[in-house]
Design a protein around this ligand. Structure first.
Ligand SMILES: Cc1cc2nc3c(=O)[nH]c(=O)nc-3n(C[C@H](O)[C@H](O)[C@H](O)COP(=O)(O)OP(=O)(O)OC[C@H]3O[C@@H](n4cnc5c(N)ncnc54)[C@H](O)[C@@H]3O)c2cc1C
Length: 382
């Protein structure tokens, strides 16, 4: 098949690599002039790696990621440094961390040469046919995959957009310029309406993120100083992480998710993947993981050689799975970002009282990838 992919983010690159390896002719349109990623670090759970393995990409991503978190104490702390909860090893056993740019590079290297057209903004044909227009010229395909992110123009053109919602919280992200002594401890620190997270990267640098419940669209002249003012008196090594980050290298984005999951991920021969289909808050660390699951599922289903059946099955399976994760992520965000002292106190009390085995069980289904072969109505591999 001749396939257009709109967007070279994690979703677009993964599905393009999967379909390219299966012999489909894939053209990836990316409006940015430069390859690579905007963003700092990322964590991926075992479901993402199982999905990557199913389409032959797991080892390439493992090579650029680290499993250090699984060997460290991880969980939630108070700003004083007291541990609220240490996560059971079953919850973080499969967790790996990496730099976003390395993930993009590893996926792009798995694509057939010349597949990516940088600096080309693609628009779906107005009547929803499997055709895209770039700089006024139309190109036709057998399938168009919309991997154009949370604010997807394709989703709007298909009439499937139900709006984007501000989560009530803003996020800063940074990567230290050198190693920081983490003393074998990582995870999140929960204050009132504020969270700081620490993630070790493969090269000993540290990816950190910080969130605050606040009004949308606010910016500081110096975002690193803004983070320092809010989190600098929290437990170490938080200040050390902030200070080890080059000035000017701190990113700030307001967190949005889709107001509703679209009524369908598929219309004719156009299919939504990744944030375009199910943009979610980052609170479960599953946005990219679910984008990768979409890509693997679509690749595997299309091996049946019956594209229309494959697309309808994709829609059914992926909408059910991602709606559940999107909903839980939003709920987790509300709980974690509690800013009222009473709400934050109840949150901390519950966290302390919850048995670790129960927590592990609650997250098990989210971290499990189920491919089409093991689902009812299985599609035989080619
Ligand atoms: C603070 C934060 C932390 C996060 N942490 C994690 C985490 O630890 N783990 C995790 O799994 N997820 C995490 N996520 C979520 C994750 O980043 C996203 O779910 C994921 O990047 C979505 O990938 P995507 O390819 O669907 O979209 P995007 O990354 O948004 O890619 C879309 C691409 O399409 C391009 N594009 C758009 N329109 C067009 C057009 N018309 N023509 C051509 N190109 C176009 C864009 O330039 C872009 O490159 C986090 C998100 C945030 C905000």
């Amino acid at each position: 098949m001749r396939v257009a992919v709109i967007g070279a983010g994690i979703a677009g690159l993964t599905v393009a690599a999967g379909l390219g390896a299966d012999g489909h002719e894939v053209v990836v349109y990316e409006r940015r002039e430069e390859p690579g990623a905007v963003g700092a670090g990322l964590t991926l759970f075992g479901n993402a790696f199982d999905a990557l393995d199913a389409i032959g990409l797991g080892d390439a991503v493992r090579r650029v990621s680290s499993d250090a978190i699984a060997r460290m104490r991880s969980g939630q702390r108070r700003p004083s440094g007291d541990w609220l909860v240490s996560l059971p090893s079953a919850m973080v056993r499969t967790l790996r961390s990496l730099h976003r740019a390395d993930l993009h590079r590893a996926l792009a290297e798995a694509l057939p040469a010349g597949s990516i057209r940088l600096g080309q903004s693609a628009a779906l044909a107005v009547d929803g046919r499997a055709a895209v227009t770039v700089d006024g010229a139309e190109e036709r395909f057998d399938l168009v995959i919309a991997a154009d992110g949370l604010h997807s123009d394709t989703r709007t053109r298909l009439g499937l957009d139900r709006g984007v919602r501000y989560s009530g919280c803003t996020a800063w992200r940074g990567v230290t310029g050198s190693g920081v002594d983490l003393r074998g401890e990582v995870g999140e620190t929960w204050g009132r309406g504020r969270i700081f997270g620490i993630v070790p990267l493969p090269d000993d640098r540290v990816y950190w993120f910080a969130t605050e419940s606040t009004a949308a669209a606010q910016h500081a002249d110096d975002e690193r100083t803004a983070v320092r003012e809010r989190f600098g008196n929290w437990h170490e090594p938080i200040l050390a992480c902030i200070d080890a980050t080059p000035p000017g290298a701190v990113l700030r984005h307001d967190i949005h998710d889709l107001a509703r999951i679209p009524a369908s991920f598929v219309k004719g021969r156009v299919v939504l993947v990744g944030d375009a289909a199910h943009g979610m808050t980052p609170n479960l660390g599953q946005g990219a993981g679910q984008a990768i699951e979409d890509a693997a599922m679509l690749t595997l289903l299309l091996r049946s050689g019956k594209p229309d059946e494959a697309l309808s099955r994709y829609d059914e399976l992926r909408r059910k799975r991602t709606r559940a994760v999107w909903r839980q992520s939003r709920l987790m965000g509300k709980v974690a970002q509690a800013s009222h002292p009473i709400g934050a106190g109840i949150r901390d009390g519950l966290l302390r009282a919850t048995p670790p085995a129960f927590m592990a069980r609650a997250t098990q289904s989210i971290q499990r990838w189920t491919g089409p072969q093991t689902l009812p109505g299985r599609v035989a591999p080619r």
